[in-house]
Design a protein around this ligand. Structure first.
Ligand code: PGA
Length: 259
């Protein structure tokens, strides 16, 4: 039985004040369901320490996430943030391969793989994102793209690290567009992703890895998607900026687990 995992990716949004309010509201809102669902929030880098403090004061189970990292331990890499720095300030989990990093910032599978390996080697949790663009979907390339991104992203990652790995399937055409995958489409793609994980690490290991769905999830559409057997929660963008909406999505995930 996989415990659902919800991530709130704030992207380049919020201020120190509004992010602090959001962190407080999310932490308080999900406290009563902490046994049923894991929750992480991913504020912008400048607010991580402020929000670490807020979560600590509340003895919160909400994990602190970073939206990116650099794989080198230190040195002349202007503007980059190392995993040691993220660990130092109490970050728990790091995103890799988000579609905006791939398609807006131009990150390659090779760079993403280095970030995944460095994150897991540092002892942090990693969410590796994958997903096809619209033109790939209409050309029936969804599974091909996901398989390539998963195999490349996990190249050289030993099985002993898998307990700290989550996959997020995020069809690019569904991110920030209001177009959500149907529950069946999400299930089909995620079942295939799990099959790729099974080829890489064996079925038992693959069955333990959580796979989130991401792309225009809201409280109103989350429930049906979370019911799918290979969907273990979600990675939320826009709707993670509204505490009521985000908490409702976390509740839907908590309730998706049979009692
Ligand atoms: P969205 O973003 O929920 O705004 O579609 C999802 C994501 O990018 O993780």
């Amino acid at each position: 039985m996989r415990k659902p995992f919800i991530g709130g990716n704030w992207k380049m949004n919020t201020s120190r004040a509004s992010g602090s309010d959001l962190a407080r509201a999310v932490s308080d809102g999900v406290n009563s369901i902490r046994a049923a669902v894991d929750v992480a929030i991913f504020p912008p880098f400048p607010y991580l320490m402020t929000i670490r403090q807020i979560l600590r004061e509340r003895n919160s189970a909400v994990k602190l996430g970073a939206q990116d990292c650099y794989f080198e331990p230190d040195g002349a890499f202007t503007g980059e943030v190392s995993l040691a720095m993220l660990k130092d300030i109490g970050v728990d989990v790091v995103l890799a391969g988000h579609s905006e990093r791939r398609h807006v910032l131009g990150e390659s599978d090779e760079l993403i793989n280095k970030k995944v390996k460095a994150t897991l080697e540092a002892g942090l949790e990693c969410i590796l994102c994958c997903g096809e663009k619209l033109e790939q979907r209409v050309s029936n390339l969804t599974d091909t793209v996901n398989e390539r991104q998963i195999r490349a992203g996990l190249a050289g990652v030993p099985g002993e690290y898998l307990s700290r790995l989550t996959i997020a399937y995020e069809p690019v055409w569904a991110i920030g567009t209001g177009k959500v995958a149907t529950p069946e489409d999400a299930q089909t793609a995620q079942q295939r992703i799990r099959a790729v994980l099974a080829q890489l690490y064996g079925q038992e290991a693959a069955d333990r890895i959580r796979i989130q769905y991401g792309g225009s999830l809201k409280a109103s559409n989350a429930r049906d998607i979370f019911k799918q057997p290979d969907v273990d929660g979600g990675l939320i963008g826009g709707a993670s900026l509204k505490s009521d909406e985000f908490v409702a999505i976390c509740r839907a995930a908590a309730e998706s687990v049979p009692a």
